[in-house]
Design a protein around this ligand. Structure first.
Ligand code: NI
Length: 174
């Protein structure tokens, strides 16, 4: 049965380690981790979660970006082109930037509750991933959704957004 797990917070070593690729077919353990991540994410006001954030060192993400912002701290309502990225489990995702163009925007992280900071990210990219059954998917993302996926992908490489902040005066309380 799936359950809500505690989210690993800043300073825990697992947040700074590279996660391992998931092997197919998925084991029941990995399927359980994915279910636990979905439940855990739904019990937060976050939009995405990476497996290392629940102490699982695997390249596994759960993303659930609504069309309308669930909390004031998300500023994507100002983007008329914003689209939902409905609840998706991404196994072994890879990112390919579509251009060198970057954009600055606010980020926050469930592992750094109460803080945010401005980070520069690629404006548009292609995200490839496998679903839990091993089917490959590919989707072009831009703007806020591209930012979220870059933030989450970084978690799989042991990088947290705070390390990406170029102007540290933007690191502040939400
Ligand atoms: Ni995060």
């Amino acid at each position: 049965m799936s359950k809500t797990l505690p989210i690993i917070k800043a300073g825990a070593p697992i947040l700074y380690k590279c996660a391992k690729a998931v092997s197919f077919p998925l084991t029941q353990d990995v399927l359980d981790h994915a279910d636990n991540m979905i439940i855990t994410l739904k019990n937060t006001d976050g939009l995405a979660l990476a497996a290392p954030q629940i102490n699982i060192p695997l390249r596994l993400l759960v993303v659930n970006i609504p069309k309308v912002a669930p909390a004031k701290r998300y500023d994507f309502l100002s983007d008329p082109n914003h689209k939902a990225f409905p609840l998706t489990v991404l196994v072994n995702p890879t990112l390919t930037a579509l251009s060198e163009e970057k954009t600055e925007g606010w980020e926050s992280c469930l592992s750094f509750p109460g803080y945010r900071g401005k980070v520069s990210r690629h404006r548009s990219l292609i995200c490839d991933w496998f679903d839990t059954e091993g089917t490959r998917h590919s989707q072009a993302l831009e703007g806020f959704n591209a930012r979220v996926i870059q933030h989450e992908y970084d978690h799989l490489d042991g990088i947290v957004y705070v390390q990406r902040i170029t102007d540290f005066s933007t690191f502040s309380l939400v």
